[in-house]
Design a protein around this ligand. Structure first.
Ligand code: XMP
Ligand code: MG
Length: 183
């Protein structure tokens, strides 16, 4: 698996530092607010557990699965709710935990859904932000790293469901895509 990676963008250490930094920030910002972290499956699982371990406050965690990419590298543009939350978010302080924000469509879909369900406050904590990819105006409040327009895998992020278990974020060798190259 490591042989398929052309170069590392964010190392294990880089990610650990980002999780620590944002976990501390969230600890300060959410004292006595008892937030619910909403982890967006499957990409945000590693990021969620690493950040929540750095938060020294009372916090819940829940999971939601939405899909926009259908196994490849190009966005389908349409968002589907694949697995819903178990918690009721009405009146709650919610923190959406994302792996990456690209066009912003997934995030906008989630924000609309949580607003409709009357969440009190909605903030976003993402490992990666690709601002150049934005099609809708959705914004993240807590960002690990700003990323140039590049397709990345590892630390939760996949190519055709693989590479999520790499402990770092990297760029795949072009040969792996076999003609199915990302933008
Ligand atoms: P949008 O475009 O809705 O995209 O902001 C968010 C979702 O798209 C996926 N995505 C990626 N997945 N490497 C990936 O493995 C990438 O570089 C990448 N860019 C976007 C991801 O699932 C994210 O939640
Ligand atoms: Mg995702």
């Amino acid at each position: 698996m490591n042989n398929d990676i052309e170069r590392t963008l964010y190392s294990v250490e880089d990610i650990k530092e980002a999780a620590h930094r944002l976990g501390q920030q969230l600890t300060e910002d959410y004292q006595d607010k008892r937030p619910i972290l909403i982890s967006v499956l499957k990409g945000a699982i590693l990021w969620t557990v690493d950040v929540m371990r750095e938060m020294d406050i009372m916090a819940e965690v829940d999971f939601i699965d939405v899909s926009s990419y259908h196994g490849g590298v190009a966005s389908a543009g349409e968002i589907q709710l694949v697995h819903d939350l178990s918690a009721d978010v009405a009146g709650r302080n919610v923190i959406i935990m994302e792996d990456i924000i690209d066009t912003g469509r997934t995030l906008q879909f989630l924000i609309d859904l949580l607003k409709q369900r009357q969440a009190k406050d909605i903030k976003v904590c993402t490992l990666l932000d690709k601002p150049e990819g934005r099609v809708v105006a959705a914004k993240a409040d807590y960002v690990g790293f700003k990323l140039p327009k590049e397709f990345v895998v590892g630390y939760g992020l996949d190519y055709k469901e693989f590479y999520r278990n790499l402990p770092y974020v990297g760029v795949l060798k072009p040969s792996v895509y076999e003609g199915d190259r990302p933008e």
